[in-house]
Design a protein. Sequence first.
Length: 69
Amino acid sequence: METPKSNTATYVTVAIAGAAVGALMGVLFAPDKGSVTRHKLSGSAKKMASDLSHNLGFNTEKAQYAEKD
């Protein structure tokens, strides 16, 4: 008599398989080299952080000068 698999094990297996397929597809269809993609992501992250700090009213230059005094 077979014991039924738990739903959790099935979900974990499907999630791992999906992640593996997604990673493979990403590598196969990547438009740029990895170094170029990392540079783009880094630039985007820095711009988002700058925009967020500007929108929140935090000025990094004033904070740096205040620390020196």
